[in-house]
Write a protein that binds this ligand. Structure first.
Ligand SMILES: Cc1cc2nc3c(=O)[nH]c(=O)nc-3n(C[C@H](O)[C@H](O)[C@H](O)COP(=O)(O)OP(=O)(O)OC[C@H]3O[C@@H](n4cnc5c(N)ncnc54)[C@H](O)[C@@H]3O)c2cc1C
Length: 285
């Protein structure tokens, strides 16, 4: 299919984007890497009258360390993140997760901001942002605001971003020397969206983990923290009995919907398998 006709504009500043969003409201869509939007236009799942191409706004690019956070601009591509030395040092979870996103051609165009704003529950970046305890920076007509990842993903493809706001960047706390993370996912073929995925972070204290954030993707309408299991593991030695208990806990606190090929039972089982494989890496590292 072909997209319905639309007008196209490529503003050079954030203020121009915000003015266009105010003027056109729901008749306008932002275009970043286009790796999701173009498909929805071509399938006529979305028929905006105006596409606002934000790729000309240089201030939305870049990855930097500012004070005590890693700042990832909305237009940083998946490949920029995958290859960034700053990301590797300060948020290694993202470097590990990046190769699981689609294929190189898509990673070269698709952006951090597009992925976070689109909020696919099976996507890697939303789950990682949540596991890292990051923040979204949004700018709208009333100025800039920061939204914690815990409050950002509100429903299926829905976020706390208002229609007149632009996601401009995210901030992620810098990983300390005691940082532990894990990432794993199961997909039918490499590059497919995950059937189930798991992103986790914690602070290592001797042989135990503290401040765990365990996030599953592909098991609900949003990426989900498994808070009961986080609490169960807090400060515990990761022996076989604890890991077995944690796996049972994780399975009990999710209620995954089926997808085209997997039942809820399969997804629940696979989520437990991912945790069972991951926890021993924390004990042995
Ligand atoms: C074949 C294929 C396989 C894929 N596999 C995966 C995968 O395994 N994992 C995965 O995570 N993704 C996957 N993707 C999606 C890909 O990662 C997209 O790049 C990403 O989801 C959207 O980023 P984008 O920059 O392309 O956004 P666009 O497609 O340009 O936009 C997506 C949506 O976000 C909005 N938007 C974009 N930028 C902003 C902003 N700064 N502020 C507010 N709203 C904004 C747009 O208006 C639009 O509604 C796949 C895509 C394809 C085509």
């Amino acid at each position: 299919m072909k997209a319905a006709a639309f007008d196209y504009v490529k503003p050079a500043s954030i203020d121009q984007v915000l003015a266009l969003l105010q003027e056109h409201g729901d008749d306008a869509r932002l275009l970043a890497g286009g790796q999701t939007l173009m498909a929805t236009l071509n399938m006529r799942l979305s028929e905006p009258q105006l596409l606002i191409d934000i790729t000309g706004i240089e201030s939305l690019r870049g990855i930097s360390v500012q004070d005590n956070v890693l700042r990832i601009g909305a237009l940083a591509t998946h490949t920029d993140i995958e290859l960034s030395a700053l990301v590797a040092r300060h948020a290694p979870l993202l470097k590990t997760a990046a190769p699981h996103i689609a294929h190189r051609a898509i990673r070269n165009s698709g952006t951090w901001g597009g992925s976070i704003a689109y909020a696919d529950p099976a996507a890697e970046w939303p789950a990682c942002l949540l596991a890292l305890g990051g923040t979204v920076i949004a700018r709208g007509p009333k100025g800039e605001r920061r939204i914690a990842a815990d409050d950002f993903f509100t429903g299926l493809y829905s976020t706390a971003l208002q229609p007149d706001e632009l996601l401009i960047a995210s901030e992620i706390p810098l990983a300390g020397a005691d940082h532990w993370f894990g990432f794993s996912e199961l997909a039918r073929r490499h590059g497919d969206y995950a059937i189930v995925g798991l992103a986790a972070t914690a602070r290592r204290e001797g042989a135990v983990l503290r401040n765990l954030r365990i996030v599953l993707m592909g098991v609900d309408a949003t990426p989900v923290r498994t808070r009961q299991t986080e609490t169960l593991l807090e400060g515990k030695a990761l022996d076989l009995a604890t890991v077995t208990q944690a796996v049972a806990s994780l399975r009990s606190e999710i209620d995954p919907p089926p997808d085209l090929t997997n039942t809820p039972q399969t997804k629940r089982h696979l989520a437990g398998v991912l945790l069972q494989r991951m926890l021993p890496t924390a004990a042995s590292a």
